[in-house]
Design a protein around this ligand. Structure first.
Ligand SMILES: [Zn+2]
Length: 550
């Protein structure tokens, strides 16, 4: 998530020959630094295991409970930081039977231990907390709890917290770079309702106070923001998929009134999606935890092994084709997109929110590969091309590092268009598929940086695509291919912001065959006999660039 449905008036893009660097005018506070940076108070411990145990009082819109932190010390320390939004109370922090002193600043909590925690030791503490969590006004685009009622008037509750962070509803080390290795999620809900969280249901326990506790165990590393509570009068059906790693369990949790529609829509979409993504990206990354779809009162979110689904069992994005080509209406956008995140976002996670393109650009691109797998390459590229209508070119796709700040929403369509260009440049679809699968196996269950992703693609493709990624991700302007004629010869060069920008591009003479030329940022001759400014054509179907003829 969280692309918004935008109806955009396309303005004729006037690309200045001197592209401008966007200055970032955002002002960041110390609170942003506490949230987004990796200080020693965070890097001193590596989180191994959480047991989140929370009761949700739906009438009061309140929560109370605890989270146990099991960690390994990466160095000697006496003080650490965890995160919990300031509007929630920290009731106590318990370590070996004693309460620990703590202080709070913004949404950070600092705990001091009675003695030095020594490097490499494994230790644990438990945070007890309570209060009224933030209510999301417009989930999943903002974060917090969603308290709604289903069509029969029964409570229907969900959490969503991408971007803002999981510390909006539970205490944790809230930085993308540290995924917990495994986790128990215990959610207690009023009797008669069910909770569906990530991983596999281990136990259901009726409690004396009229609540029922659902224990879900996640066996794989998981992003904090993927951890979800979904509470409602759910009904369940299941299936299996014979995938690359064996039998994958498919579990579906929907409201009883949705059952017939869900069986049809999930039946039509889930297996073709798994087939396409296992082909392009490799095995589903969480066989141990299974694949799930959970009907939610918000549109959807990539909650790992418990994908949130709120697309009303319609094809397209709420019935709308993001590409305007018709290809977007042949499948359920939320099932395909949010499940695509199991590979990009959940399996491979960006270490910093500034690199959310690693989640969204690849996942938006996965939509065209889903089409490619079902209706052919041309169809996938037509869809990809159609996504350009949603590009703003207003600010860079990469956000600001160390302050939990994501970049432009262009990370979706422009990122997808970039990846189709990279495929075009590599010009070997089998190699491209190997690279996409290799990213998923090389960085399996890991958090990664911009450089790790781009360097991997460079090494495997044997091409230096760094200037291409840099131009499209760090700058808002498109590179412009300029043609000029000197002494009767056709010359070309790139005008771009990225240092030493160069990119192979497909050109042809009207009626001829496309051929790669590789202009640099200095004029060089176009090596095609007879080419002139009048008859030269550029593959603008696959290349999203500016063109300037003198
Ligand atoms: Zn997404």
């Amino acid at each position: 998530m969280k692309i918004r449905l935008l109806l955009i008036l396309l303005l004729a893009a006037s690309l200045s020959a001197r592209a401008q660097l966007l200055e970032n005018k955002d002002a960041f506070t110390h609170a942003d630094t506490l949230r987004g940076s990796l200080s020693l108070l965070r890097t001193c411990y590596d989180i191994n295991y959480y047991h989140l145990d929370v009761k949700v009082n739906i009438d009061q819109k309140a929560i109370s409970g605890s989270n146990q932190f099991k960690f390994t010390a990466t160095q000697d320390f006496t003080k650490l930081q965890f995160d919990l939004f300031a509007n929630l109370n920290v009731d106590k922090v318990v370590y070996k039977g004693q309460t620990l002193p703590f202080t709070r600043e913004a949404n950070a909590v600092f705990v001091t231990f009675p003695q030095t925690i020594t490097k490499s030791s494994r230790d644990e503490f438990t945070v007890y907390y309570s209060g009224k969590p933030t209510i999301a006004v417009n989930a999943p685009w903002d974060g917090g709890f969603v308290f709604k009622k289903d069509s029969l008037g029964k409570p229907w509750v969900a959490t969503a917290c991408e971007g803002v962070g999981a510390s909006i509803w539970w205490p944790n080390k809230d930085h993308l770079s540290d995924e917990v290795d495994s986790m128990m999620i215990s959610i207690s809900v009023p009797k008669g309702l069910k909770d569906v969280s990530n991983g596999r249901l281990r136990k259901v326990t009726p409690l004396k106070d009229g609540y029922t506790r659902f224990d879900w165990f996640v066996a794989n590393p998981i992003n904090n923001y993927d951890v979800a509570a979904n509470i409602g009068d759910y009904t369940h059906f299941s299936d299996t998929y014979d995938g690359e790693k064996g039998k994958l369990t498919l579990d579906y949790w929907v409201l009883p009134a949705s059952l017939a529609k869900a069986k049809k829509q999930f039946g039509q979409n889930v297996k073709p999606m798994l087939k396409a993504f296992e082909y392009w990206f490799g095995p589903y990354p969480f066989y141990e935890d299974g694949y799930k779809l959970v009907e939610t009162p918000h549109l959807g979110m990539e909650h790992q092994s418990a994908t949130a689904y709120g697309n009303h069992f319609l094809n397209g994005y709420l019935g709308y084709d993001m590409s305007g080509t018709g290809w977007g209406l042949k499948w359920d956008y939320i099932i395909v997109h949010e499940s695509g995140h199991e590979w990009f976002g959940n399996n491979i996670t960006g270490k910093d929110l500034a690199d959310m393109w690693i989640h969204e650009s690849f996942t938006c691109y996965s939509e065209s590969l889903f089409i490619d797998n079902n209706w052919g390459k041309k169809a996938g590229q037509e869809y990809n091309n159609g996504l350009r209508a949603g590009i703003s070119n207003d600010s860079p796709i990469v956000g600001v590092y160390n302050v939990n700040k994501e970049g432009s929403g262009d990370m979706y369509p422009k990122g997808a268009v970039l990846l189709n260009m990279v495929r075009t440049i590599i010009n070997d679809d089998e190699k491209w598929r190997t690279i996409l699968r290799g990213l998923n196996s090389t960085f399996y269950h890991q958090t990664v940086t911009y450089d790790q992703v781009v360097n991997y693609i460079n090494t495997q493709s044997g091409k230096n695509l760094l200037p291409v990624f840099d131009q499209y991700l760090y700058y808002k302007n498109l590179p412009t291919l300029e043609f000029a004629t000197q002494d009767g010869k056709l010359l070309s060069r790139w005008i771009a912001d990225a240092q030493d920008f160069t990119m192979p591009v497909l050109v042809k003479i009207k009626g001829g065959e496309y051929k790669f030329i590789t202009p640099t940022n200095h004029f060089t001759p176009v090596a095609i006999d007879g080419a002139t400014e009048t008859n030269i054509e550029v593959d603008t179907f696959n290349y999203y660039i500016g063109i300037l003829k003198d």
